[in-house]
Design a protein around this ligand. Structure first.
Ligand code: ATP
Ligand code: MG
Length: 844
């Protein structure tokens, strides 16, 4: 019987400690010590190769331990050779180690490195396009007839030479995509899987605590596990030209997901950007990683401070906290150095062709693609010329730095793209230091690389750029993030282009960039759309490579669904009509307490007076009665929401000049004068009661209609402006709201302030401050999240409204404990967020 294994035995315990020095965890090290023969082999390997404290990762340690077991029969020299290959990062997977052992069984040291590498798939890289092509090719020869053949197919693929070393997950994804094309969706006949309980978002970067204002939708979590986002690679799985780059990358990131949202600070963000924000921030948060907010400020001519500020504010308003705020311009020096390196490697050259010549040489004018004379100029010469570009010896347009790519490639992104150009413009951060500025195709991938981005997610227009992205990282030999593209989001019957938005503003078609009729995010915010509604809209659409063109009515519906759950109800009359209850005394007051939401008691109650003088909505009174009409009319009784008794028509007065009804006299059906008629409908009302400030008069209620007449303004003739609707806003003066408004407004403000403070403090605590910030960098502040629009409610039977930023409400703005109410100088402005029902939104 073998001796019993005792990890506390001094000799064994020394062994376990030794094994931990190669990165093995306690339990793994203990396991490795269990079998005396294997343990001796591992000990020998460690000592022979000085592996102690050589900074191995746990994964490498496990590979070494595996080698000690499976390669126990190899000679010590051969085993050591394999161990060194693991330490050097040449062998990275169990499959590779297995192949190495097999090879070393028939080869003795000295080993031919090249042959060994080839046998073991060292440094193997393959693009996903290549994988797709190989899978397609294999599918043609393999005999497959449906989804049940998938696992056999995969098995075959793995042993077929070229894919042996490819990332199994990528191969599987490609195979499934091919099967989908060949055989349609898998198991469409089967009932759908029961949906899993939604997972909590994991990361701290997402504001998911105690915030009723901007929770990330729960369903959002599944979007990150399925479809396009579910198929993305794991950190470290993206191939590198040199295996060391991966090791370095993983060391820095600790294997976490890193993404970035990289807006150009040349305009306000729009609804389309909310998808990118959702994907970039959401994906990182879901995987416990981090997302940068990176201002892509390589074009100094178009940038403005207000855009920088607004972008940060909007990202935060949507519920996300950037892990770090960076600028492409932070890296101008490193980018310059890499440009020099590119030239040194003879992969870049200074070209002084005119723009026209360059275009012609690229074959853009129908001719053949040809290399220009500068392409073959000596490296030294390009280096000198580039320096001269930098030092201001040339004027803009005189010359550019180009990448030396592949003019034979079918992809225009490979036709010697411009990398640097001369610009005579001061930069908002680097001033006049630089006379040359990198272009998107040069800067974007390299900055992604420097920030160790794992997933560079962007929209599908960039799909061809993926090739140059990868080419450039490899050309200068840096870590290569993986770019993946998802479909843009666009909304019908609106426009999003910055240039056209600017025209609308400049020509006075709208009030400003945040006019509630626009679909910029500042406009949606001002209109009163809750950020949670935007997130759930985007998440509900899902993320795929398809471009999503959505009717704005569908967006409104998401907003409505959110408000239905979250907004308090207030009594409101848009077009007031005076009502006098003749059987109540002049000084009658009854105080009523009513819930603010029929289903959500947590929203609390409001207290309102009920008196002899009321206002109802003009629409709720008619002179001609009809069978299907149940509100107030001669001979009719109608209920008043929350009031103790219904009212019945008695008489009405008209304006002799216009014939318009000016007042309705009614009787309260309180049972004192006979049996009470049961009302068939309830209407909203507000009472006149000066001591309590009732009703609240709204100076302006702004009702918005679509800004464009058609679904597709861009198709209009002679141009999109012909599609601008002549009537897209009504301003109603003198609407009335119950006095519960003040309490609600104050509460909404106080709550927003509290939440914002808590979130901001947390963000500042967690923010990475390692980067020295200048004064210009937009700051994370608590004011960013508190705006008038946080006062939202449903005017019962009317619509959803929010307080506009033009409103002045002194008592609400003041300190927490000030009694709210109307003050001299106040000016109340409400925006209609959305109608209560879809069809009503169309009556313009
Ligand atoms: P525009 O073309 O409207 O000026 P842009 O694409 O230049 O916008 P950027 O500021 O460069 O705007 O965009 C920042 C990020 O937002 C990019 O990753 C971009 O792909 C993404 N994005 C822009 N528009 C949309 C959209 N409609 N849907 C989804 N993502 C978008
Ligand atoms: Mg852009």
């Amino acid at each position: 019987m073998p001796p019993k294994f005792d990890p506390t035995d001094p000799e064994t315990s020394a062994l376990i400690s030794l094994f931990q020095t190669i990165g093995l965890s306690g339990p793994k090290a203990t396991d490795a010590a269990r079998n005396p023969k294997n343990a001796a082999s591992l000990k020998e390997l460690i000592e022979q190769n000085d592996l102690k404290e050589s900074g191995l990762t746990e994964k490498d340690g496990a590979l070494i331990a595996g080698l000690a077991v499976s390669g126990a029969k190899l000679g010590l020299a051969e085993r050591s050779y394999a161990a060194r290959a693991i330490v050097d990062g040449r062998l990275k997977t169990t499959d590779q180690v297995t192949a190495a052992i097999k090879y070393l069984q028939s080869h003795e040291v000295p080993i031919q490195d090249e042959e060994f590498d080839a046998e073991c798939g060292v440094g193997f890289t393959i693009t996903s396009e290549e994988i797709d092509a190989l899978v397609k090719q294999y599918a043609e020869s393999a005999n497959v007839s449906g989804w049940p053949d998938l696992s056999r197919f995969l098995g075959g693929l793995r042993t077929s030479g070229n894919l042996k070393w490819a990332n199994p997950l990528e191969v599987k994804t490609a195979a499934e995509a091919r099967f989908l094309e060949l055989f349609g969706p898998k198991d469409t006949s089967k009932p759908a899987k029961p949906t899993k309980a939604p997972k909590e978002p994991k990361a701290s970067t997402v504001n998911n605590e105690a915030t009723t204002s901007t929770p990330i939708p729960e369903a959002a979590t599944s979007v990150f596990d399925e479809g396009f986002l579910g198929k993305l690679h794991k950190p470290g799985e993206n191939p590198q030209i040199d295996p060391k780059l991966r090791e370095q990358h993983l060391k820095v990131t600790g294997g976490k997901v890193f993404t970035r949202f990289p807006p150009e600070p040349n305009g306000y963000l729009h609804i389309g950007h909310s998808k990118a924000i959702f994907v970039d921030f959401g994906y990182a948060a879901h995987h416990g990683g981090h997302c940068y907010l990176r201002y892509d400020d390589t074009n100094p001519e178009k940038e403005e401070k207000r855009y920088f500020d607004s972008i940060l504010e909007t990202v935060r308003w949507l519920g996300y906290e950037p892990w770090k705020i960076t600028y492409s311009s932070d890296y101008f020096q490193q980018l310059y150095d890499l440009a020099v390196e590119l030239i040194r490697r003879d992969k870049g050259y200074v070209c002084s062709c005119t723009a026209d010549e360059i275009q012609r040489n690229r074959g853009d004018k129908g001719g053949a693609r040809i290399a220009c004379v500068h392409r073959t100029r000596p490296v030294e010469e390009s280096l000198r010329e580039f320096e001269k570009m930098r030092d201001g010896h040339y004027r803009p347009g005189d010359c550019i730095l180009r990448m030396k790519q592949d003019l034979e490639d079918g992809n225009p992104q490979m036709w010697d793209l411009p990398a640097y150009r001369i610009l005579d413009a001061p930069h908002h951060r680097t001033g006049t230091k630089w006379k040359i500025y990198p272009l998107y195709d040069f800067a974007h991938c390299l900055v992604d690389s420097m920030e160790n981005i794992t997933h560079s997610l962007c929209t599908v227009e960039f799909i061809q750029s993926r090739t140059s992205y990868e080419w450039l990282c490899d050309a200068v030999g840096v870590y290569k993030p993986r770019q993946r593209e998802f479909g843009r989001l666009s909304l019908q019957s609106t426009i999003m282009s910055k240039r056209k938005l600017a025209q609308l503003v400049d020509e006075g078609h709208v009030m400003d960039w945040d006019d509630p009729r626009l679909y910029t995010l500042v406009a949606l915010r001002r209109r009163g759309v809750p950020p949670a509604a935007i997130n759930s809209f985007v998440s509900g659409l899902g993320v795929s490579t398809a471009i999503t063109n959505i009717q704005s009515a569908r967006f409104d519906q998401s907003v409505r669904e959110d408000l239905e759950k979250s907004a308090s109800r207030l009594l409101m009359v848009l077009q007031p009509l005076k009502v006098t209850i003749e059987n109540l005394p002049e000084d009658f007051v009854q105080t009523l307490e009513k819930p603010l939401h029929p289903k959500n008691a947590a929203l609390g109650t409001s207290t309102i007076p009920f008196t002899r003088h009321l206002y109802i909505d003009r629409d709720d009174f008619r002179l001609e009665d009809s069978k299907d009409y149940f509100r107030l009319a001669p001979g009719k009784t109608v209920g008043l929401f929350s009031a103790p008794h219904p009212i019945s028509y008695v008489a009405h007065k008209t304006d002799p000049a216009t014939g318009e009804v000016t007042e309705v006299i009614v009787k309260l059906e309180d049972g004192t004068s006979g049996p009470v008629k049961k009302p068939k409908a309830f209407i909203q009302w507000v009472a006149v009661h000066a001591p309590s400030g009732s009703p609240v008069i709204v100076d302006e209620t702004r009702i918005f209609y679509p800004l464009f007449k058609s679904d597709n303004p861009l198709a209009a003739k002679p141009d999109w402006k012909a599609d601008i609707s002549p009537h897209s806003m009504d301003i109603v003066k003198g609407a009335m709201v119950e006095i519960g408004f003040w309490k609600l407004a104050k509460q909404a403000f106080n709550q927003a302030r509290l939440e914002s403070q808590a979130r901001t403090e947390k963000a500042l605590r967690e923010e990475d401050t390692s980067r020295g910030k200048d004064d210009d960098t937009p700051k994370v502040t608590s004011e960013q999240l508190v705006g008038k629009e946080c006062v939202r409610f449903q005017g019962l039977r009317v619509a959803y409204f929010a307080l506009d930023k033009d409103a002045k409400v002194a008592s609400v703005d003041e300190a927490e404990d000030v009694v709210p109410g109307r003050r001299d100088g106040d000016f109340l402005v409400l925006n209609r967020i959305v109608t209560l029902k879809e069809d009503a939104s169309k009556n313009g």
